[in-house]
Each structure stands twice: as structure tokens, then as C-alpha cells.
Design a protein around this ligand. Structure first.
Ligand SMILES: CC(C)(COP(=O)(O)OP(=O)(O)OC[C@H]1O[C@@H](n2cnc3c(N)ncnc32)[C@H](O)[C@@H]1OP(=O)(O)O)[C@@H](O)C(=O)NCCC(=O)NCCS
Length: 178
């Protein structure tokens, strides 16, 4: 799982950053995560601790210079203790051969450098390793940047829904066959 790669920073700087993507270590990573993860994302990370320990979820972090700068939270089994009231459709997207990407976030100053893409590839690889056949997510209907991001990585906009746990806001369901 542990990976180390050199990545071109882009924008013609010619410089490189060193990054790795690995499974979360709560004790070691929580302070770094608090520095950049949204309040809602942080609630999610924290409410998943038992699910991660039991293998019902996994969390990947991207690291640069020994600091965590990106995170992805994936459910591989539905649980009732995840801190939000899922609807039946959402629950089904976490069960059987389905995996569900609940959150992916990169530190604001580090976006647009391929870190989210590297996380997403590892998210998919880990789901495949766990025997999953499809991976799903909800993206806010207004989040055009995220839509482009997923589509560039081969995800398909499957339908638009208005889930109660998103206060009825339009939300795109994306899927990728693994
Ligand atoms: C979406 C996100 C994880 C992508 O991470 P990243 O490290 O910027 O991704 P990459 O560098 O691999 O790819 C960049 C692509 O991400 C998308 N993107 C979305 N928001 C972006 C931002 N603020 N800065 C740069 N790229 C962004 C764009 O599609 C961009 O592609 P483009 O060059 O065609 O515009 C990151 O932008 C983020 O944390 N956004 C806020 C949280 C969020 O919206 N998460 C998705 C929830 S569904």
C-alpha cells in the first residue's frame, strides 16, 4: 500500500514534490487532518474510526514532507454509526460488491498538482483489492470542478438525486467500474 513517487509540480516551475499515499494512522495523522479538512469532513473521519478498525471502511492519506495534505474516506460496508442518516439508495452503494467514496479532499494550497488524482487511483486500487466491482460517490450538483475531476478519471455521471441528508440539494451520483 505504501507508495512513494516523484511528481512534477507543474506550471513550469520544474521543481518536484515527493508524496506517498498510505492508509491512515489516526494517532499520527489527526492533527495534520484538522489543519485542512472541512468541519464536515473531519466529523466523517472521526466517526469512521470503528468502521476502519473493523474493515468496514478505509481512509487513505496523501503525504508530502511527512505532512498529510490529502484524504479519502471509503465505505465498503453499511453501518449505522457513521454520523449521518443515509437513504436506502446510499446504503446499497456501500454493500456487496459496491464501495462508496464518502469524501476526498486536498489541502487548498496543494490542489491542482495531481495529488487528488493519485489518491483517487489508490482508492480504486484498494477497493479492487477488497473484491469490490463498482465504486460510487455523491458530488454536489454545483461542484463543477469535482465533476471534471471524476470524469477525467473515468467516472460516469449515473443520475442526479436530491437526498434528504443533503437537505434536498441536487447531487450527482458517479460510478466507476473497477
Ligand atoms: C476535488 C479535489 C479533491 C481534487 O484534488 P486535486 O489535488 O486538486 O486534483 P488533481 O490535481 O489531481 O486534479 C485537478 C482537478 O481537480 C478539479 N478541481 C476541483 N477543485 C479544484 C481546485 N480548487 N484547484 C484545482 N483543481 C480543482 C479540477 O477538475 C482540476 O482539473 P482541471 O485542471 O481540469 O480544472 C480537490 O480540488 C479538493 O479537495 N476540492 C475540495 C473538496 C471537494 O470538492 N471534494 C470533492 C467532493 S465530491
Amino acid at each position: 500500500m505504501r507508495r512513494l513517487r516523484k511528481v512534477r509540480k507543474g506550471y513550469g516551475t520544474g521543481s518536484y514534490i515527493l508524496r506517498s499515499v498510505r492508509l491512515v494512522d489516526y494517532d499520527r495523522d489527526i492533527a495534520d487532518l484538522r489543519d485542512f479538512v472541512s468541519a464536515k469532513g473531519m466529523l466523517h473521519v472521526q466517526s469512521c474510526q470503528d468502521a476502519v478498525a473493523n474493515g468496514d471502511a478505509y481512509i487513505l492519506v496523501a503525504e508530502r514532507d511527512e505532512r498529510v495534505i490529502g484524504v479519502a474516506v471509503v465505505h465498503v460496508a453499511a453501518r449505522k454509526d457513521m454520523g449521518w442518516e443515509q437513504d436506502g439508495l446510499t446504503i446499497s452503494l456501500m454493500e456487496g460488491t459496491n464501495a462508496y467514496l464518502a469524501n476526498i479532499e486536498v489541502s487548498p494550497g496543494m490542489r491542482g498538482r495531481g495529488i487528488g488524482g493519485a489518491l483517487l487511483r489508490q482508492v480504486e486500487e484498494e477497493a479492487r483489492r477488497r473484491g469490490k466491482v463498482r465504486i460510487w460517490l455523491h458530488a454536489d450538483g454545483q461542484n463543477a470542478g469535482a465533476h471534471r475531476f471524476y470524469e477525467r478519471h473515468g467516472w460516469r455521471h449515473e443520475r442526479t438525486v436530491h437526498p434528504s441528508w443533503k437537505q434536498g440539494r441536487a447531487s450527482r451520483i458517479y460510478v466507476k467500474k473497477l
